[in-house]
Ligand binder design. Structure first.
Ligand SMILES: Nc1nc2c(ncn2[C@@H]2O[C@H](COP(=O)(O)OP(=O)(O)OP(=O)(O)O)[C@@H](O)[C@H]2O)c(=O)[nH]1
Ligand SMILES: [Zn+2]
Length: 350
């Protein structure tokens, strides 16, 4: 017996989206003919939604036929379970949804050239923010001998996040990544160009579904082979490849940053002042942890950078509520410092 398929957006083009069939029970790719209808976008590149305003569809979106038979070509976007978002390319026009309804974000970074831990931290925050679970994959393990040390470093910058070293060349580590792929789940790969994302997607899908680039020997960089995002079936789950994120516009909120830096967040909560800026205030738990080596200076610097970006983002987005919060916290800090002066009888900076 065949029930009617659930549709997902496989690909977004300028004027239309291509749908692909999912099993309505399991959410897994449908066996048999999978390609679905091509749906024209409305002016402005949007589709009507089941709930609320029309939205610009993203790869991975779930789509349902409109409940009337009047127009059999009319489809509605279902609400999203999760949303992987980044800054728009020109950093002015708001944000861009890279993928919708994602369960796992594979943060892919090459072992050769050396991995950039800061980039992993940023992408992990992006992943937490999406509502999906991050997993770090270090690629090209066949080219280096120090993969285990790098995995230790990743454990430090991404506490509580699974991390695997893999090689598409030898197959090492691929089973560990496959184990993450539960039936019906959707994975998106993110990472810099040339990290081996498309190669990994091909290895996981068990066939050449994405074109890959030849590595330039001179600098080890890829050539930006992947030019579009596409939802591809891989056994019982789905994979989404993304073009290399050149400058990762971090779209995050304070909660996502806290998830990436749980140990820093925990320390910050122990500071004497609730809004401690960790800039020399008395009773600062972060300063104490740096002092006795429990917290790494590098981690603190990354945390500060991401915090600043979140604040900047919120201001730029014209988020009035966040601005008010920010001003309130500045005023609160001023009050706390005055209190400190009064109680201790000391002048100057606390
Ligand atoms: N030695 C080795 N080379 C790899 C491995 N994985 C990928 N490569 C090579 O790295 C280069 C880049 O791989 P891609 O998969 O195209 O990289 P990408 O991240 O998809 O790049 P963009 O599409 O530009 O974002 C290719 O030449 C791959 O053959 C690996 O595990 N070992
Ligand atoms: Zn502090």
């Amino acid at each position: 017996m065949t029930s009617s398929p659930a549709w997902r957006v496989a690909r977004v083009d300028r004027t239309c989206v291509r749908l692909v069939a999912a099993d309505p029970e399991t959410g897994a790719p449908r066996t048999g003919p999978a390609a679905g209808p091509v749906v024209r976008l409305r002016p402005g590149g949007v589709l009507d939604a089941v709930v609320g305003e029309p939205v610009a569809p993203a790869v991975g979106d779930a789509v349902v036929p409109a409940p009337t038979d009047a127009d059999p070509d009319r489809f509605l976007l279902a609400p999203r379970r999760s949303e992987l978002v980044r800054d728009s390319v020109d950093r002015t026009a708001g944000t861009q949804v890279l993928a919708a309804n994602v369960d796992v974000v594979l943060v892919v970074e090459h072992l050769d050239p050396e991995p950039k831990l800061g980039r992993i931290e940023r992408l992990v925050t992006l992943a937490w923010r999406s509502g999906a679970t991050p997993v770090v994959v270090l690629t090209k393990a066949d080219l280096v001998t120090d993969a285990p040390q790098w995995l230790d470093d990743v454990a430090r910058v991404a506490p509580g996040v699974g991390a695997h070293a893999v090689s598409a060349a030898t197959g090492e580590g691929l089973d560990a990544v496959r184990a993450v792929l539960e039936p019906g789940t959707t994975l998106v790969v993110v990472g810099p160009s040339g990290a081996g994302k498309s190669t990994l997607v091909n290895a996981l899908a068990g066939g050449d579904v994405m074109a890959t680039g030849q590595r330039r020997e001179s600098d080890g960089r890829g050539r930006h082979t992947t030019t579009h995002r596409e939802l591809v079936p891989a056994g019982e789950c789905w994979l989404i490849d993304t073009p290399g994120l050149r400058a990762v516009g971090l779209v995050a909120d304070a909660d996502a940053v806290d998830e990436t830096f749980p140990e820093v967040a925990e320390l910050a909560a122990q500071c004497r002042f609730g809004d401690c800026a960790h800039a020399g205030e008395p009773g600062c738990a972060i300063a104490a942890a740096i002092e006795d080596g429990r917290l790494d200076e590098r981690r603190l610097a990354s945390w500060r950078t991401q915090q600043r970006e979140v604040a900047h983002q919120a201001r730029r987005a014209g988020d009035r509520a966040a601005q008010l919060d920010f001003r309130r916290s500045v005023r609160q800090r001023e009050r706390d410092i005055r209190t400190y002066h009064r109680v201790t009888g000391r002048g100057g900076r606390p």
